[in-house]
Design a protein around this ligand. Structure first.
Ligand SMILES: Cc1cc2nc3c(=O)[nH]c(=O)nc-3n(C[C@H](O)[C@H](O)[C@H](O)COP(=O)(O)OP(=O)(O)OC[C@H]3O[C@@H](n4cnc5c(N)ncnc54)[C@H](O)[C@@H]3O)c2cc1C
Length: 290
């Protein structure tokens, strides 16, 4: 059985890091999911002038300072992407790549992903559209898969698919030259137009009119839309609806940072992470009093 922690924090940007620091300071067990590179939106920023105490620093320098802070408090980041979360009543269950974790509360701090779903994406979710190659890859051994990769980090997912015998069409939707270890069909410079099929995925259509016959389309963005991660989550437009305690409509489920809405700012994200962690701690205290 998976070990249950008090608070699972999804996202290692300023919001998630701040939540992890506060929850740890309050003596709660945590799991922090994300990347040791912190957040691309932080590490790639050229110069940051509005984070108190860090005037004129680069994102890379601030990310290093954040990591040092985590290290000093013995907080580690579990590398991996949370693909789905299920509310189990008094706890949450999370699928992270091929592992399952449990937590009494969750703080979603996964940032915003820009861009709308592709035409056909929502309709085929679970019927040939997947956001996790590690979770669903085995179902497609010997069959055809398109991998729409929005960042170079997704190359390892495509390599995994090819290594287990999936026939991969790899479409990098980013500027860098892809570096892949396994044999696959790499289609550079293409943009996806739509996903089509009757009841299940049959093809991926590209903007130049090319039609690729596929059994599955893996859409690998750095951030998954919040209502796709957990069902029943109330949104306000593209953002998660929260109150001033960063509580969502799902008891025990909190959100912080860009994912709760504008302004998109480091300091606002870090502040909300702090509030969400304090609310999660109060929630857990309430559970143990029951
Ligand atoms: C180029 C650039 C420059 C900027 N400059 C400034 C500035 O000068 N000042 C300022 O205040 N703001 C600036 N911003 C805005 C700032 O980057 C964001 O407001 C801030 O990073 C939001 O923090 P966050 O923690 O909410 O999300 P993010 O920083 O986006 O972090 C989210 C984290 O969650 C991870 N994640 C996502 N989904 C999952 C999942 N399913 N499982 C596990 N992990 C997941 C991501 O990999 C990422 O690590 C800038 C943004 C950009 C793009």
């Amino acid at each position: 059985m998976a070990e249950r922690t008090d608070i699972a924090i999804i996202g290692s940007g300023p919001a998630g890091m701040s939540a992890a620091i506060t929850a740890t300071a309050r003596g709660r067990s945590i799991m922090l999911f994300g990347s040791t590179a912190v957040s691309e939106k932080l590490s790639k920023a050229h110069q940051i002038n509005n984070y108190p105490g860090f005037y004129g620093k680069s994102g890379e320098e601030i990310a290093a300072a954040f990591n040092a802070h985590l290290g000093a408090m013995d907080i580690s980041v579990t590398q991996g992407k949370v693909g789905s979360i299920y509310s189990m009543g008094d706890y949450f269950s999370m699928a992270v790549d091929s592992d399952v974790y449990e937590a009494s509360t969750v703080i979603l701090a996964s940032g915003v992903s820009f861009g709308r779903p592709l035409p056909g994406e929502d309709e085929h979710l679970g019927r040939g559209v997947s956001y996790c190659a590690t979770c669903d890859g085995m179902l497609y051994r010997g069959r055809k898969a398109a991998v729409l990769a929005y960042a170079p980090e997704e190359e390892r997912e495509a390599d995994f698919l090819a290594s287990i015998g999936v026939k991969v069409d790899y479409i990098p939707v980013y500027k860098d030259e892809p570096v892949l270890q396994n044999e696959m069909n790499i289609i550079c410079g293409a943009q996806p137009e739509s996903i089509e099929g009757e009841g299940k995925v049959e093809k991926l259509v590209l903007k130049d009119g090319t039609e690729l016959e596929e059994d599955v389309v893996f859409i690998l963005r750095s951030s998954i839309a919040p209502d796709k991660i957990i069902s029943g989550l109330e949104l306000d437009g593209n953002h998660v609806k929260v109150d001033r305690g960063m509580r969502t409509n799902i008891p025990g489920f909190f959100a912080a940072g860009d994912i709760t809405g504008t302004p998109y700012q480091y300091v606002k994200a870090a502040g909300e992470g702090n509030v969400a962690a304090l609310s999660a701690v109060s929630y857990i205290d309430g559970l143990s009093r029951k």
